[in-house]
Design a protein around this ligand. Structure first.
Ligand SMILES: Cc1ncc(COP(=O)(O)O)c(C=O)c1O
Length: 381
């Protein structure tokens, strides 16, 4: 009964591990869950209150398919203010989270057999979404800084190359592209007329004075060839509210709006109001959370045994770790079964010698993590 393309699809590794960790927890085992892909903080109260007011005001009906105008305007103001990018509201489409935004976009632009370059290590859902949209994911190697190997990128480009998915700050590595690196990618894409899908959902979770640079700000030409993807999810700890968006050329935004209009319609009206408030208020709602992520990151960097090696993350809330080149599935399984630490094997991120440790969890849990990893290292000397 089941369609071939769905049978071929891999279930999300993150969700699988989460499930297993929860089962162990239910049996009373003290599992530390380091597999989570969302901030562990609650959505800030003022956002919740704004949403509650929207409910009381009866803002509970269908909205415009591409999202309410006030939210799209607030997104335009944010892009102008924080990214130096000028868009009109008709260039914005609001969807059920960034994941949905990317999926709608791929449906709107991919012809059967079109190639989409995905730099490894990559977020697990990118290749699967490309495949469902009828495209072919093509994986690009990383360099010594865990960023795109430019030579390899050049060699992958064919007549069928339609797009590249750039994700900075990156899930799973936490690396952040600097200006020179963004420029280098932009020049290759422009030369070859390749669309850039720029996933910027971790934009605000960034450390040590680093500045997030959107590739759309490289030049007016690159802005035309970029679809900026962002969300309220990670920045405002609003993963469950399901609000993401794209900013793109009018023609693309219109096509994405058409896909959405005939499939899911607009996202939840109340969540849109909440996201409007969050995006308008901005930094004061999330600065405390970023500081806390930074402390946790530093704690791990300082205390992890030196057998664990990783690129030092400049953004997001993950550490992408290699341990003696051990296979990621074996290592992930052993850490869960022997040390009750739930991580995500890197195999599904296109890097089978790494595991992903999320530090979107309490300091208490991170202290336990360090103690257990030290034991693991000792036991495996
Ligand atoms: C790189 C990346 N893009 C997009 C998403 C999905 O975001 P949303 O919850 O807004 O759909 C995630 C979530 O883990 C992510 O890591």
């Amino acid at each position: 009964m089941i369609a071939e393309k769905i049978r071929q699809m891999k279930p999300s590794a993150t969700l699988e591990i989460n499930k297993k960790a929860k089962e162990m927890k239910a049996k009373g085992i003290d599992v530390v869950n380091l597999s989570v892909g969302e901030p562990d903080f609650d959505t800030p109260d003022p956002i919740k209150e704004f949403a509650i007011k929207a409910i009381h005001d009866g803002f509970t009906k269908y909205t415009e398919a591409s999202g309410i105008l006030e939210l799209r305007r607030a997104i335009c103001e944010k892009l102008e203010r924080e990214n130096g990018l000028s868009y009109a509201p008709e260039q914005i489409v609001v969807s059920n989270g960034a994941k949905h935004s990317i999926y709608n976009l791929l449906l709107a632009v991919i012809e059967p057999g079109d190639e989409v370059i995905i730099p490894a290590p990559y977020w697990v859902s990118f290749p699967e979404m490309v495949r469902i949209a009828g495209g072919v994911p093509v994986f690009c190697r990383w360099n010594e800084r865990f960023k795109i190997d430019m030579e390899h990128l050049r060699s992958l480009i064919t007549r069928r190359t339609k797009a590249l998915i750039l994700n900075s700050p990156s899930n799973p590595t936490g690396v952040v592209y600097d200006k020179e690196e963004i420029d280098a990618v932009a020049e290759i894409l422009l030369k070859n007329n390749i669309l850039c899908i720029s996933d910027e959902v971790y934009e605000k979770i960034i450390y040590e004075g680093r500045q997030h640079i959107s590739i759309a700000s490289h030049s007016p030409e690159m802005k035309k060839m970029t679809v900026v993807v962002n969300a309220a999810s990670k920045t405002f700890s609003m993963t469950g509210w399901r609000i993401g968006y794209i900013a793109a050329e009018k023609e693309i935004a219109k096509a994405v709006g058409k896909v959405q209009g005939q499939t899911t319609s607009a996202p939840c009206s109340i969540s849109q109001k909440a996201a409007y408030f969050a995006i308008k208020e901005g930094e004061k709602l999330y600065s405390g959370m970023i500081k806390e992520f930074y402390n946790r990151r530093n704690f791990l960097i300082k205390n992890l045994p030196s057998d664990f090696v990783y690129p030092v993350p400049m953004g997001a809330f993950y550490l992408f770790v290699n341990y003696k080149d051990m296979d990621s599935v074996v290592l992930g399984k052993r850490l869960l079964e022997e040390k009750f630490l739930a991580t995500v094997p890197g195999a599904d991120f296109g890097a089978d010698r790494f595991i992903r440790i999320s530090y979107a969890t309490s300091m208490d849990n991170l202290e336990k993590t360090v103690a257990r990893l030290k034991e693991f290292v000792e036991e495996n000397r």
